[in-house]
Design a protein around this ligand. Structure first.
Ligand code: ZN
Length: 223
């Protein structure tokens, strides 16, 4: 069994501004014909997408279903089925076990960090037989760019002290990738983390930079 992982950027698609150009999401207002072409441009096996709602639902999939599941995490043990998590600042989290039996794609935003969707996914992977799980945290908003108000800061930091951060001008901010890395390391997961910030790097879609925008994706599959 071989493992493949891929993080798309906004480059090399057919969508027009403000979705230029490799927008993979139908729900953002882009022309569906462009989105369909863009999805076919991604060099991966058939791709399972999900209807993400910032919840903690984890689904196990073994084939493409006509209706995308409403969930924020998908797990599979099926070869040649790619799992996709769509983002524009939130964290695309990919998980796999060293034996390459079980993989997952997880959407982790601020609410996902608080509701524990990554740990729910990890626990279900283990129930399915995964041991020695590894993780990759893809490009997402960094701790200097995710400025928040005091209420949200307090809510998140009370459960995740390492999320506490500040912007370059010293206002309250959240470092979600750092907090998620610590959550996973505390469960003995081997973690690697992208250094790319989606707000600062214009090759990525960023909701913070422009609320009407497209979505990139993190993808993982076994072959
Ligand atoms: Zn940043």
């Amino acid at each position: 069994m071989l493992l493949a992982k891929l993080f798309t950027t906004r480059d090399s698609g057919v969508s027009e501004p403000p979705f230029d150009s490799l927008n993979l999401a139908f729900h953002v207002g882009d022309d569906p014909a462009f989105v369909a072409v863009n999805r076919l441009k991604v060099a991966a096996p058939p791709i399972a997408f999900m209807n993400q709602v910032h919840g903690s639902t984890v689904v196990v999939v073994d084939s493409l279903s006509p209706q995308e599941p409403t969930a924020d995490a998908m797990i599979t043990q099926t070869k040649n089925l790619a799992l996709a998590v769509m983002v524009a600042d939130c964290i695309p989290l990919l998980l796999w076990d060293k034996a390459l039996t079980t993989i997952a794609a997880v959407h982790v935003g601020r609410r996902g960090l608080v509701n524990g969707v990554a740990l729910s996914t990890l626990n279900l992977m283990k129930e399915l037989g995964a041991i020695d799980v590894c993780a990759e945290i893809g490009p997402s908003i960094c701790g200097k760019c995710y400025e928040v108000g005091a209420d949200i800061f307090d809510e998140v930091v009370s459960g995740h002290p390492s999320a506490a951060s500040t912007t370059v001008i010293g206002t309250k901010a959240l470092d979600l990738p750092r907090a998620l890395e610590n959550v996973l390391r505390a469960k003995s997961v081997e973690v690697s983390r992208s250094s790319q910030c989606t707000v600062e790097n214009a090759h990525y879609f960023s909701y913070r930079r422009a609320p009407i925008t497209g979505r990139q994706a993190g993808l993982i599959w076994l072959s």
